[in-house]
Design a protein around this ligand. Structure first.
Ligand SMILES: Nc1ncnc2c1ncn2[C@@H]1O[C@H](COP(=O)(O)OP(=O)(O)OP(=O)(O)O)[C@@H](O)[C@H]1O
Length: 242
């Protein structure tokens, strides 16, 4: 197993609140890891710390052996971390292709002109939006906006893809499509860490799960074992000492 992401003793304090408290875990190359926990347990903050949107209070994050904690978000992105957001972020007045091309200009090896247009078309095909590049982003349905956001993230050619509730808000049919899409990324070797509240998706996608409660890691292991762990069940029911 080759470790791609290594998180050691990570802490994030907001005023009097330790939102992430001494968190350590690894993600192996090619793995899909779920990060679970009840509302407010610190999951999105962890995503923000890994991507550099927030600075850590303490601890260390390494990607592929390179320390990324302490670096600004754009440097971390160029080193290979891409993410999607809980609330989809798109450029609504641009076309679908332009949205992806804009992301390609910011990658480690930027693409421009015809190269960017061809790469955007390939990325859109990969997420199920083949031939849709000329449409306006604002006109896309919700799932298609999510697909486009994923194409933008993949455009950075990331080593690690962070998906923050990417499957939320989808209807049952769309959910199956979304799960299949993420599995297709795994099949081509992408390493993915996802925050997700939909347990059906977690079970289908993630052999391993880390659970947080009140900023701390309370479980880390095979998903079925973790979800049956009494401490995890208690945390979801609001148990204070889980
Ligand atoms: N920028 C911030 N300033 C102050 N407090 C914050 C900030 N961001 C998050 N918090 C607090 O940190 C704690 C963890 O929040 P976080 O959003 O990481 O939890 P979460 O597990 O992702 O929750 P959810 O499942 O509801 O998205 C919460 O108590 C939240 O109110």
């Amino acid at each position: 197993m080759t470790v791609l992401l290594q998180v050691d003793g990570l802490k994030k304090q907001f005023g009097g609140l330790m939102a992430v408290n001494d968190l350590s875990f690894t993600v192996a190359e090619g793995e899909i890891l779920a990060l679970l926990g009840p509302n407010g347990s610190g999951k999105t903050t962890v995503m923000n710390l890994i991507s550099g949107a927030l600075p850590a209070t303490a601890g260390r994050i390494q990607l592929d052996g390179v320390q990324i904690s302490g670096l600004p978000a754009h440097r971390i992105a160029r080193l290979g971390v891409a993410r999607t957001f809980q609330l989809v972020r798109i450029l609504p007045s641009l076309t679908v292709a332009e949205n992806v091309i804009a992301a390609l200009a910011f990658r480690a090896q930027p693409l421009w002109g015809d190269d960017a247009a061809r790469a955007a078309e390939a990325l859109l095909a990969e997420v199920g939006l083949a031939g849709r590049g000329g449409e306006y982003a604002a006109d896309l349905t919700y799932i298609d906006q999510k697909r486009m956001e994923l194409a933008r993230a993949l455009g950075a050619a990331p080593k690690l893809l962070l998906l923050d509730e990417w499957l939320s808000g989808l209807n049952p049919t769309e959910l199956r499509v979304g799960i299949a899409l993420i599995l297709s990324l795994k099949a081509r070797g992408m390493t993915i860490m996802l925050v997700e509240h939909i347990m059906e998706a977690v079970r289908a996608l993630c052999p391993r799960t880390v659970v947080m409660n009140a900023g701390r890691k309370i479980a880390d292991g095979p998903t079925n074992d973790v979800l049956a762990d009494p401490a995890v069940v208690a945390a979801y029911l609001g148990g204070v000492d889980a």
